[in-house]
Design a protein around this ligand. Structure first.
Ligand code: ZN
Length: 307
């Protein structure tokens, strides 16, 4: 079970929206990879799966259940009875424990890491609420990256530029999108599974901030391009996934029930993307690429049949 390494970019709140530049920043942004979010063509070597994020549950899909679904393959909103916003809940933590791609990779002796850097407040216990990814990492016994990692170029901040850190008084140099992409590529070269998480798209969607949304999509585009260039010749797979729609329709400040793009780059990208119909298909794809079998069978409503 040699497997292939995976670099996963999680982009919060990015759906497939209308080809309307008044509503959809992806229709305005000058990008190679995000035109697909506004009905455009995929870029060279990019395969895109239009992916269901609603998972048969009424209401607007939300981040905590969506991210749990992405990291475990479980229908988290069905399992807990609703779409859960924001922070990880005890029920979601139970779903993540032993079942997230981090836990599965770590248990199999694979090198898995979360590329994002955390501020000292996390390590001082000053942050009471934890995200799904933080919970999954801690639950898998994996180390969170800190600002020293970021200084050494071995992490990326959530806004990838360090701008929001500088605004909060942390003395860290600004990072170009290309440099952030190269850092992710370096981590991907030394790990089996790397996740990077970006949520400024969701924030811009809630604030209906067109110019900012366009800027983030163009920055992310440069990040992806630089990562792919740095990974030329690598035998792994780059995935970009989202938990629900939002920024692709700025006529509303809420999330949307739109399909979301799951983007795949690497050998066999088209075939791999063809296996993704819903956000619950992403974790099984990652496990398969890593050479790990999906160990547990799922019953109706996303509940485990046993265990
Ligand atoms: Zn949101």
């Amino acid at each position: 079970m040699a497997g292939r390494p995976v670099l996963m970019l999680f982009v919060d709140g990015l759906g497939l929206g209308p080809a309307d530049p008044d509503a959809n920043p992806a229709a305005r942004a000058a990008t190679r990879w995000f035109r697909v979010s506004a009905g455009g063509r995929a870029g060279p070597g990019q395969a895109v799966a239009a992916t269901d994020a609603t998972l048969g549950v009424d209401g607007l899909p939300q981040s905590a259940t969506g991210q749990t679904a992405l990291l475990t393959g479980l229908n988290a909103p069905a399992a807990v009875g609703r779409h859960v916003n924001g922070w990880c809940t005890p029920s979601l933590a139970r779903l993540l424990h032993g079942r997230s791609v981090f836990a599965r990779a770590a248990a199999a002796g694979k090198r898995a890491t979360f590329a994002n850097a955390y501020t000292p407040a996390y390590f001082q216990g000053a942050v009471r609420f934890k995200s799904v990814t933080t919970t999954a990492m801690l639950s898998a016994g994996l180390r969170l990256r800190d600002l020293d990692d970021l200084r050494r170029g071995e992490a990326v901040y959530q806004d990838f530029t360090n701008r929001s850190l500088a605004e909060r008084g942390f003395a860290l140099p600004p990072v170009e999108a290309e440099e952030a992409g190269r850092r992710l590529a370096r981590l991907a070269g030394t790990h089996d599974f790397v996740l990077y998480e970006f949520f400024q798209t969701d924030k811009a969607g809630h604030e209906r901030a067109m110019d900012r949304a366009v800027g983030w999509l163009e920055g992310l585009d440069r990040l992806v391009t630089a990562a792919l260039e740095a990974l030329r010749g690598w035998d792994g797979v780059v995935l970009l996934a989202s938990d629900h729609g939002n920024v692709e329709d700025l006529t509303t400040s809420a999330h949307t029930r739109n399909l979301v793009p799951t983007m795949v780059w690497g050998e066999g990208a088209g075939t791999l993307a063809g296996r993704v119909r819903a956000i619950t298909d992403v974790a099984p794809l990652i496990l398969d690429l890593l050479g790990l079998a999906p160990a547990l069978a799922f019953g109706p409503a996303g509940r485990y049949n046993s265990g």
